[in-house]
Design a protein around this ligand. Structure first.
Ligand SMILES: *Cc1c(COP(=O)(O)O)cnc(C)c1O
Length: 435
């Protein structure tokens, strides 16, 4: 038992007061901060709050905790590695956890993707991908090819270059003129996943890539499922068309699978829905099963060798905590746990249950759309939701959900059973029916 499980209310009252006065939360105000819910511990699909209440987790801590919390195999891997070394520099040294993780990533991804850069977070993995694309063209004597073509409604991270390829409106690019690079944006794909394909959907993208090809280093997108930029699932033919247009116009394709990787959409990688292989692939989030921050950027031998033949003679990046052994060891355990289990059947089961469980929401007047792909369920409302009020109602119903904008969504840990998943979908139905 964690000692904070039994702390008096006074402990948490003071902890929350300090938090509100001093600790910044994601996309939060410091003058009007929402009081956070204290969480004392977590196991399986349950979070234990400071007052002892247990909540069923519908978020996987933002796509990451696919095996649930405090998983015995992952915790053991962390403990074993901790006895050997928590960290060692990757400059001039290597270690077993990095090599073992590398072996698994090479085996699981398409054959072309053989070179791996391990970094600290998803945003950094995207920075690395962008720098790889720019250095690639630079090394070929095409220094003008340094812009990116991205999709509206996308999300690729919060550092400046990663943020520059996020949706320019919701990402508020106008706040950062002159510091955030200006990129080229195509409209959000219209054809939905599972509907019929209309070739007109790719027309705007096709015009943009043709018009800008001499200044474009790469296209960057979230394959099939756009995440934090709008939770939108689009047609695989769109992705196939992007791949062939990139080839036709000499532009690299970066697939950001930081949210979609490791099974979330029903395929191991979302690119598989379209049988597309990117030139550069970004992974993160579920890579360590939600234990620690770690990300990977993978590319082809041809791109890696071209970069290495350029003016710098190397790839210009090298974080202090690159390939952190503790994170790599947990990533190895997480991947082994995933591939040794029946993840495809599990996700299919979650998908089927999300479809039936969320279907009643379609009839609510406040609801605009309900969509499901793999282990992702989305209820899009007509109007932006009242986050603090809705969160309180969900907590009272015994579930943890974190809606944003007009979107109430769930992406539970893959290990969730059907009773717990029913509690999640019923809570959404019950709370949204009152709006
Ligand atoms: C979360 C996310 C990122 C950024 O990852 P961080 O670890 O938060 O920096 C990038 N791309 C996608 C698609 C994401 O979902």
């Amino acid at each position: 038992m964690n000692k904070t499980d039994h702390c008096p209310d006074e402990f948490w009252t003071q902890a929350v007061a300090f938090d509100r006065a001093h600790l910044w939360h994601p996309y939060a105000s410091m003058t009007n901060p929402q009081p956070p819910w204290p969480v004392a511990s977590a196991a399986g699909v349950r979070l234990t709050l400071g007052d002892g209440r247990k909540l069923i987790d519908g978020m996987s801590s933002w796509w990451a905790a696919i095996h649930g919390y405090n998983h015995p195999a992952l915790t053991q891997a962390a403990q074993d590695q901790l006895q050997r070394m928590a960290h060692v520099m990757f400059g001039g040294l290597t270690h077993e956890p990095a090599v073992e993780l590398g072996r698994r990533l090479v085996a699981l991804t398409p054959a072309r993707l053989e070179k791996i850069f391990l970094s600290d977070s998803g945003s950094v993995a995207v920075e690395v991908a962008i720098k790889m694309a720019i250095q690639y063209w630079q090394a070929q004597g095409q220094p003008d090819k340094r812009r990116l073509l991205a999709l509206r409604g996308s999300y690729h991270g919060d550092t400046l270059a990663a943020a520059s390829v996020c949706d320019p409106v919701t990402g508020m690019h106008r706040l950062f003129p002159g510091v955030m690079p200006e990129q080229v944006f195509a409209p959000r794909p219209r054809c939905r996943f599972g509907s019929s394909w209309d070739p007109a959907d790719i027309a705007a993208f096709e015009n943009l890539i043709a018009a800008h090809k001499n200044e474009l280093a790469a296209v960057i997108l979230e394959p099939i499922a756009q995440g934090a930029g709008g939770m939108w699932f689009y047609h695989p033919d769109y992705l196939r068309a992007v791949r062939s247009l990139c080839d036709a116009h000499d532009v690299l394709l970066i697939a950001d699978e930081i949210a979609t990787g490791f099974g979330r959409t029903g395929r191991f990688f979302a690119c598989e829905h379209a049988d597309v292989v990117p030139d550069i692939l970004c992974l993160g989030k579920a890579l360590t099963g939600g234990y620690m921050t770690l990300a990977a950027t993978m590319t082809t031998t041809e791109i890696a060798e071209t970069i290495s033949s350029g003016e710098a003679g190397c790839f210009m990046h090298g974080p202090t905590f690159m390939a952190n052994p503790l994170a790599c060891a947990v990533a190895v355990a997480s991947i082994d746990q995933l591939v040794s289990g029946d993840w495809e059947a599990r996700i299919q089961g979650i998908e089927d249950q999300l479809r039936t469980g969320l279907a009643p929401c379609r009839d609510f007047t406040a609801v605009r759309d309900v969509r499901v792909l793999g282990a992702i369920g989305v209820v899009e409302m007509q109007a932006p939701i009242d986050l603090p009020a809705l969160t309180r109602q969900f907590v009272e119903a015994g579930v943890w959900l974190r809606p944003f904008g007009r979107l109430v969504y769930l992406m539970p840990p893959y290990v969730i059973n059907s009773e717990d998943l029913s509690v999640l979908t019923s809570a959404i139905g019950k709370v949204l029916s009152t709006l």
